[in-house]
Structures are given as C-alpha cells and as structure tokens.
Design a protein around this ligand. Structure first.
Ligand SMILES: Nc1nc2c(ncn2[C@@H]2O[C@H](COP(=O)(O)OP(=O)(O)OP(=O)(O)O)[C@@H](O)[C@H]2O)c(=O)[nH]1
Ligand SMILES: [Mg+2]
Ligand SMILES: [Zn+2]
Length: 299
C-alpha cells in the first residue's frame, strides 16, 4: 500500500526564477516548483493563484505545485490572478494621467468581475486637477479616493476593502503605487523610485508583482504600465458600455433597441449627460472594436 502524500493548499505570493513562494493556509511561506504538466498544457502559475502543493523531496525547493485551482479571473497587465478589487491609481501630474488607460481599465474590471476603486495620488501637487477628475468619475458612478504624501491616509475607507479580499494596484509608472503599498503594509520593503526630472514620468521601479498579507486579505504591488490594447484583453464592442455606467440612465430610450450611441438616428445619448471626453473615448473604443471585428471576419 502506498502512503498518501499530504496535500496542502495556499496562494502564490511571489515568483523567483522558475520557482514560487506559496503562502500556506497556516501562515508559513514555502518554496515550490510547478509540475512539468503545467508547461505542457501551457498554463503559467501566476501570482494570486490558489494552488495545492505536496512535498517534493528536494531540499532546495521542498514543495511541488500539483494543482492550480480554477481562477476567478486572470489579468495580463499586471499579470495576476484572482483579483477582487483593483485600485486604479492615477496622479494629476508627474505622470500626466492617461484617461484612455483609466477608462479601459474600468471596462476590463467590469468584464472580469473586479470591483474598481479609483485612487488619485499627489493631491499635494495639483488639488484642483484631482477635484476635477474626482467630479467626473464620481459623477459617472465610481468610488474615488485621494491621497497626498504629506497627509495621513483615511483608514475608514481603506480598512474594509481588505476583508478577505485580494486587492491589486494598476496604473502608470511613478503614480505612487509602491508608496501606498508601503504605508498599508506598514513596511518599507517595496522600492519607491523618484519620477524622472526630464520626462516627468516614473522609471519602472517595481519590476515584479508581489502579494503581501494585510488583515485577512492580500495586497499586490505591481509594475506600472502605460499600454493596454482593447483587443489584447479580449474585449468586444458590446463590452465597452460596462465601463460607462452613465449609459444605464438611457436604457430603452434610444429609437433603436440595439443602439450603440455612436451617432445613430434617435439616440438618447444627450440625456446621459456624460462627460464629453468620456463620451469621445467610449465612441473611439466602440469604433475600434467594430472595425477590428470586421477586419477579422474578412480574413
Ligand atoms: N508629491 C507626491 N509625491 C508622491 C506621492 N505619492 C508618491 N509620490 C512620489 O512619486 C514617486 C514614485 O512613487 P512610486 O511609489 O515608486 O510609484 P509607482 O507607482 O510604484 O511606480 P512604478 O513602480 O515605477 O510603477 C516617488 O518619488 C514618491 O515619493 C504623493 O501623494 N505626492
Ligand atoms: Mg512601484
Ligand atoms: Zn443611443
């Protein structure tokens, strides 16, 4: 009779070369290598994955990942799995906010069943611009939070976010994601980098995703990024509306039931009172995805 091998479950918190650090349910963090079968099946273990491990017999890497549990979601940028809340971190200056990126992330969150929270940093550098952005996005129906380097964080808002949740950060390089992560985890282990004097942009200080335990949840610091193509994240024209909750106000009010609000006859878009720049971006995204589909169909 063969002895049964004890299987333990845990979460991938860090990748190191081809190995992974796994936070086991009972607090310990252990090193594990994935079974070869994953590579054969083209499955890459990802930070945030819930896994099962068993002893490997190798003292250098004492555990083996034998199973990756089904994922709630999987993002490619940042590359993370099982995110419950994504903090879309943007600053009014240094770097200048990329609103196309923000709106794309809002669509993506909706599609992947992630709760988005918009976090505006660097209020100390341009409070008026932060207020302007807050008004637009709160008006659209999103939760918006702001912070400044010289002011303590408002924990009444942040604390409840973590209860049992995996909270990720997403945004351009230099907006202050690692700065916030350091404050929230109470440590200084995440490297924070100055913004370039010449380009007024971040320098991609954070290179890898890492998960940290906060209360009974996880927080993930992530590398900054500035490009996210609608097609590479698998979106279709009909998905775009989900990033624009303002459109719910005009459900059923347009002349045509399948109106996409891109200039059709009898469209009720004016009643949505959408911010004009957000409407432009909505229409641009829908048009890109319609064209892309037509192009794919011809091939
Ligand atoms: N004035 C001001 N500076 C801030 C604030 N938050 C962060 N910074 C500064 O912005 C710079 C970049 O901060 P990081 O935390 O490294 O930014 P990041 O988003 O992690 O950047 P990447 O890791 O490159 O993606 C640092 O010099 C921080 O001190 C803020 O609220 N106000
Ligand atoms: Mg960082
Ligand atoms: Zn319409």
């Amino acid at each position: 009779m063969t002895e049964s091998v004890p299987v333990q479950s845990g979460t991938i918190v860090k990748g190191i070369g081809g190995s992974y650090e796994i936070h086991l349910s009972g607090e310990a963090v252990v090193l594990a290598k994935p079974r070869g079968i994953f590579r054969k099946d083209k499955i890459t273990p990802t930070i945030g994955d819930h896994v099962e491990v068993e002893p490997s017999g190798d003292p250098d890497t004492p555990y083996m990942i034998c199973r990756i549990l089904p994922r709630k979601n999987l993002l490619i940028r940042p590359s993370v799995a099982n995110v419950d809340i994504l903090i879309l971190t943007f600053s009014p200056v240094e770097p200048q906010p990329d609103f196309r990126l923000l709106d794309k992330l809002l669509i993506l969150c909706e599609k992947q069943e992630i709760k988005p929270v918009i976090w505006l940093t660097k209020t100390d550098l341009d409070a008026d611009e932060v207020d302007r952005i807050r008004t637009i996005y709160q008006g659209a129906g999103f939760e918006v939070f702001s912070s400044a380097l010289d002011q303590p964080l408002d924990y009444t808002f942040i604390g409840p976010l973590f209860h049992g949740n995996t909270v990720g950060f997403a945004g351009q390089s230099g907006v202050g994601k690692s700065t916030i992560c350091n404050i929230l985890t109470g440590n200084t282990s995440m490297k924070v980098g100055a913004v370039s004097e010449r380009l007024h942009r971040g320098k991609h200080t954070t290179r890898h995703v890492e998960l940290f335990s906060v209360e009974d949840g996880y927080l993930m610091d992530t590398p900054g990024f500035s490009t996210l193509e609608l097609t590479e994240i698998g979106l279709e024209a009909d998905d775009v509306q989900y990033g624009y909750p303002e459109l719910k106000k005009i459900t059923g009010k347009c002349k045509f039931q399948d109106c996409r609000h891109i200039g059709e006859l009898g469209c009720a878009i004016d009643e949505a009172q959408m911010d004009p720049d957000r409407l432009l971006r909505y229409r641009e995204f829908v048009s890109i995805l319609i064209k892309n589909k037509a192009y794919d169909a011809k091939r």
